[in-house]
Design a protein around this ligand. Structure first.
Ligand SMILES: C[S@@+](CC[C@H](N)C(=O)[O-])C[C@H]1O[C@@H](n2cnc3c(N)ncnc32)[C@H](O)[C@@H]1O
Length: 497
């Protein structure tokens, strides 16, 4: 038996996180690192973790993926602020509107909600909303409470808002006290038997970019428990790329203003009308997606099963393979990403092992800088097709764009191995080796690129699914130029590719 299997089982039982395929390496690394630091064998360390909840929590804190940033998926945030809040205000009868961000990580998501409410409706409205943030990982909760962030957290936030709501400190930018006080953080394990809130409590639950780490049974179980905690008219939002994969018929799936969400009861939907919020300074955010007028509401109920049933009458039947081929065309244009994601999601729900669809979804998320989700999807595609050139290159790029050059080299090397005549794979490998200052290996690899392309400028790159092509002339020109530069420079390193 795999020596790490008992850890895998224990972690899954405790918090639902699954480590399969390539992701299992993360578990191996964390377990090996902690047991070595404690001077224990794996068996001794397991006995400690199994008995002691503090040890288990510390291990789990090392395993969570906490990637997040301010104003992630702003269209959903604005739908909540501009559309849901006015409707909810009519329903709640003077009590606060209660919002939960679960899997809130270091707080960027709940703080974004607080900022967006204040920006749109003013301070008085923010005081009428109770915002809670819960997460399993206690380390991120400490960071959330401190509210100090590095520039990486601001990658999608308008600079004007950054300046308005954050103060520079020695350790980073700290969020203003009034916004910080608007959010309460507490430990929350979605796998726990009981949740730390009464039944029928929350009006809106943000559960975004968390479900991808759980298996189907866990996701269903979590949705049942979230439903119990939600008000009769509450709304549940998942990340746009994971919503359709969580449509279990437990809550109703609704599409509005191009966004999908789940709703508990129909009453809220019938409340559409002109917003009647008392606001001291109504205005909308600069540089955010502005939603359609609030009084235009015709929620189209969309269950994947229904869509599949209705499809033959509406349009010619496309096999999944043909549909995926069509979606490929959308990947060339980032303005088509949302449409492509919805189509891909429908295919994946019906055919969870459709590797090209999973890979394409990963590619879109990678281009949206959703690195951890993208990596997970690309690795999942590789589990079904371990030697897929596009997936190996995409994984390499995912590592490279996060400055994980050693890992990028590993993926590009595999890509070269699987397709030795792919100039594209060799070019990415060479370029990454150059970044690592591995001059000899980079030189050899650029020579391979030159050999392939100077024999045949129309040589196929080997790419099949993703828009990975680079202009051959430019690649050849760059390879020649780097080779010339290497000749001029003294050698730094001697390792081979
Ligand atoms: C990728 S972050 C998502 C952050 C934020 N919701 C967003 O969309 O930007 C996923 C978070 O889920 C948390 N998480 C994982 N398993 C959990 C569980 N069983 N209960 C609560 N939170 C969990 C992780 O600790 C991590 O902070």
């Amino acid at each position: 038996m795999n020596r790490f299997q008992p850890f895998k089982r224990l972690v899954e039982e405790y918090c639902g996180l699954e480590f399969n395929g390539i992701a299992e390496q993360r578990l191996h690394k964390a377990v090996s690192k902690i047991s070595a630091a404690l001077g224990l064998s794996l068996a001794e360390y397991f006995a400690k973790v199994e008995k002691n909840p503090v040890e288990l929590t510390e291990l789990v804190n090392q395993l969570t993926v906490n990637e997040t940033y301010f104003y992630r998926e702003p269209a959903q945030i604005m739908l909540f602020v501009q559309t849901f809040l006015p409707r909810l205000q009519k329903l709640v009868n003077n009590r606060p509107i209660r919002v939960l961000s679960v899997g809130c990580s270091s707080g960027e998501e709940p703080y974004s909600l607080a900022i967006a409410i204040q920006e749109t409706w003013g301070k008085a409205m923010l005081q009428q909303v109770q915002i809670d943030g819960g997460d399993l990982d206690e380390n991120v909760l400490v960071k959330a409470r401190a509210g100090i962030y590095s520039p990486f957290s601001f990658r999608a936030l308008d600079e004007g808002l950054r300046k308005k709501y954050f103060q520079a400190t020695r350790n980073g930018y700290q969020i203003n006290a009034d916004i910080r006080q608007a959010v309460q953080f507490f430990p929350f394990n979605l796998k726990a038997e009981r949740y730390p809130a009464e039944d029928n409590y929350y009006d809106v639950v943000f559960f975004r970019n968390v479900s991808i780490y759980f298996n189907l049974a866990t996701r269903k179980d979590i949705q049942h428990k979230l439903q119990k905690m939600m008000q009769p008219n509450a709304i549940l939002l998942l990340g746009s790329s994971e919503t359709l994969g969580n449509d279990f018929g437990i809550l109703e799936l609704v599409e509005e203003q191009g966004q999908y969400y789940f709703v508990q009861g129909a009453e809220l939907l019938q409340q559409a009308g002109t917003p009647q919020l008392s606001h001291d300074k109504p205005h909308v955010l600069e540089n955010t997606v502005i939603s359609a007028p609030v009084n235009v509401l015709s929620p189209a109920k969309l269950s994947v099963a229904d869509t599949a049933k209705a499809a033959p009458q509406l349009q010619p039947v496309l096999t999944h393979e043909a549909a995926v081929q069509k979606i490929k065309e959308l990947l060339h244009d980032s303005s088509q990403y949302q449409q492509a994601l919805i189509k891909l999601e429908k295919i994946i729900v019906q055919e969870p092992d459709n590797a090209p669809a999973i890979l394409m979804k990963g590619w879109i998320l990678l281009n949206q800088k959703e690195f951890s989700q993208a990596q997970k999807l690309i690795e999942q595609a590789l589990e079904f097709r371990p030697w897929c050139l596009d997936a190996l290159i995409a994984l390499g790029l995912c590592h490279k764009w996060q400055s994980e050059f050693d890992m990028a080299v590993q993926s590009f090397k595999k890509a070269c191995y699987t397709n030795p005549e792919s100039w594209l794979a060799h070019y990415h490998l060479a370029d990454t080796l150059k970044q690592l200052n591995d001059k000899v290996a980079a030189q050899q690899t650029f020579q391979t690129v030159r050999r392939i392309l100077s024999n045949n400028t129309s040589a196929h790159s080997g790419s099949e699914w993703l828009p990975l092509e680079l202009p051959v002339k430019d690649v050849l020109f760059l390879a020649e130029r780097h080779l010339l530069n290497f000749k001029k420079q003294p050698e730094h390193s001697v390792s081979g590719a």
